[in-house]
Design a protein around this ligand. Structure first.
Ligand code: FMN
Length: 294
């Protein structure tokens, strides 16, 4: 966030005390080109009791009748009227953002992308989980197929106050990723890329990107991709490594070399391929050792 300036101030005197309304402009151009966020704050004394925010990416930029600044000014005027006529509603902070869960964090967070509960990716996830626990760390596997994860709706509301308005099972994932020191993605290749539930979760992590940028919640995690594919060779993994690489890059997760396991149409079970379990465990334990942080 580069700039923050109070554009407009208004004082409202009521029997419940003196309120101040502020319209603040934040230039978020270093996150996305031309992104401006307008925030209207209502303060009772020095305490913020209500916040409304809107940004220029929430509406179509070209030929749109919707003017973000005007919308913020309308909210400002309506709030000033509301505070003056119903001040008792603003005596305590009114929080509309759903907080992230306070529990459920772990040192190692594993995103398991396959719908097959006992398939190859699930097995690999359990190896990683086991390796973390052996090293004395906590670990948590998210089996994405079994969760309610809806696609990102591209509303950009997460850049207002650092939360996503879509109601589903994403909050514990965001909370866990935010606190993790290692993030592992275990996934099959589906039609050249990652399966839909994993892609949905990755897209929804825009919310985490927003939290990092808006709230200054930087991630310092290391990342590991372990992918399996039916076909042989490097070709099936091209898109998957790119998608997961971009996911990690967006969030500031530093990736290790991925472990890519092909030829499963023939082998069927990853456990039957000599040396694979060892490679997966070794790749994870290399991340667990602080001297290999580099
Ligand atoms: C819908 C679907 C699409 C797939 N697409 C590909 C693909 O594009 N390339 C490939 O090599 N394997 C592909 N596969 C094979 C899987 O990657 C492979 O069977 C993998 O071992 C499944 O992992 P899992 O046991 O963790 O579910 C596909 C499988 C399914 C069910």
């Amino acid at each position: 966030m580069s700039e923050s300036a109070a554009e407009k101030l208004q004082t409202v005197k009521t029997p419940e005390g003196t309120f101040t309304l502020r319209l603040i402009l934040d230039d978020l151009g270093d996150i996305y080109p031309g992104m401006i966020r307008y925030t209207v704050e209502v303060l009772r004394g020095t305490e913020t009791v209500y916040t409304y925010a809107i940004n220029t990416y929430e509406s179509a930029p070209e030929r749109s009748l919707f003017d973000t600044r005007k919308a913020a000014e309308i909210v400002f005027a309506r709030l000033a009227h509301d505070v003056a006529s119903r001040p008792h509603l603003y005596t305590h902070p009114r929080v509309f953002t759903r907080p992230l869960p306070g529990t459920g964090t772990a040192d190692v967070v594993i995103l398991q992308g396959s719908p097959r509960r006992f398939g190859n990716s699930a097995k690999i996830a359990s190896w990683c989980d086991d390796e973390a626990v052996r090293a004395g760390l906590t670990s948590r596997i998210f089996s994405l197929q079994e969760m309610d994860i809806r696609p990102c709706i591209g509303c950009y509301v997460c850049y207002d106050q650092g939360y996503c308005p879509v109601e589903d099972d994403m909050p514990p994932i965001i909370r866990a990723l935010e606190a993790a020191s290692i993030v592992v993605v275990c996934t099959p290749v589906y039609t050249g890329t990652v399966p839909a539930p994993l892609k949905a979760a990755i897209d929804r992590c825009q919310w985490l990107h927003a939290r990092e940028k808006i709230l200054g919640k930087e991630l310092h995690a290391r990342g590991l991709l372990v992918a399996v594919a039916g076909r042989r060779g490097a070709d099936p993994f091209v898109c998957t490594t790119r998608v997961v690489g971009m996911f990690m890059e967006n969030l500031g997760i530093r990736p290790a070399d991925p472990v890519l396991i092909g030829d499963l149409d023939r082998a069927r079970d990853v456990e039957t391929i000599a040396g694979v379990e060892y490679s997966v465990r070794a790749a994870l334990s290399a991340l667990l050792e602080p001297r290999n942080e580099g």
